[in-house]
Design a protein around this ligand. Structure first.
Ligand code: CDP
Ligand code: CDP
Length: 231
């Protein structure tokens, strides 16, 4: 039996993290955990309840009374917020535009990290986010840092929106992505940064399959070395 490991996938917005993480998890029969969805879910709840997004105490209090569940329904990832399916709602532009304000609150991150670590306890996990390799699972066996030019990332989101039947503006998407990356990278609490031991993959001119293949190669390299080490 092959050893089950943890794979951390971090990087800026729309670099392709969740798309490739899902495929890698399927191929390895691992579970996939989308940590961004958790920050999006609490953001949606705060917006719905009219809680000030910069009121750290109030947001933490809200989070402590919030159940966020990531589950699987007919091969589709679904997100349950206090039992309600919010899979689509957490992807709206309104949530996207506000999520980084909540994600920079240190006490909120602390609580999220506790929950995320608990979800990954059993290994055999692919987790994507911003701080997985550096803070959530610093001991993950394989760490990947995905990047791509901001033009390419905006284009990908734009095309994704078309597929979802949503009208959007390429320039606006580019600005939104830049703003979010800036907040995520400059915050004090576990900012978006490449872990020292992460493998950086520039996906600007790579297909989804090529990125998946690079990650699977990194996994099999690790497993080979690990096997040799164990004898
Ligand atoms: O998919 P996309 O890149 O648009 O974003 P996401 O992965 O759903 O994450 C949404 C936001 O949540 C990010 O812009 C970060 O502000 C925050 N986030 C975070 O701070 N830490 C994580 N581990 C995951 C997401
Ligand atoms: O999770 P993250 O925000 O990093 O990215 P995503 O939600 O996976 O979105 C990336 C979008 O770019 C998706 O629509 C993918 O189909 C597309 N894409 C990709 O992920 N990777 C490539 N190498 C090329 C396109």
């Amino acid at each position: 039996i092959e050893r089950k490991i943890a794979i951390a996938i971090d990087g800026p917005a729309a670099a392709g993290k969740s798309t490739v993480a899902k495929i890698v998890a399927e191929k390895l029969s691992y579970i996939y955990i989308d940590t961004g969805a958790m920050y999006r879910a609490i953001t949606l709840k705060a917006l719905t309840h009219g809680v000030e997004l910069n009121d750290e105490k109030a947001i933490l209090e809200l989070l402590l009374h919030t159940d966020i569940e990531l589950s699987q329904k007919e091969n589709k990832q679904i997100v349950l917020l206090d039992g309600e399916d919010v899979t689509e709602e957490i992807r709206t532009q309104k949530v996207t535009n506000n999520v980084s304000s909540i994600a920079k609150l240190a006490s909120v991150r602390k609580e999220m990290v506790i929950r995320q670590q608990a979800l990954a306890e059993s290994r055999g996990v692919v987790m994507d986010g911003r701080d997985i390799g550096t803070h959530v699972l610093p001991d993950s066996e394989v760490k990947i840092f995905l990047i791509a030019s901001v033009e390419e990332r905006a284009k990908r989101r734009y095309e994704e929106n078309i597929r979802r039947g949503i009208d959007s503006n390429l320039e606006e998407l580019k600005e939104e992505i830049k703003t979010r990356d800036e907040i995520d990278s400059k915050r004090e609490a576990s900012p978006l940064i490449k872990a020292e031991d992460a493998i950086e993959v520039d996906t600007t001119s790579l297909s989804i399959n090529e990125v998946v293949q690079q990650i699977l190669n990194a996994v099999s390299n690790f497993l080979k070395k690990d096997k040799a080490r164990r004898g």
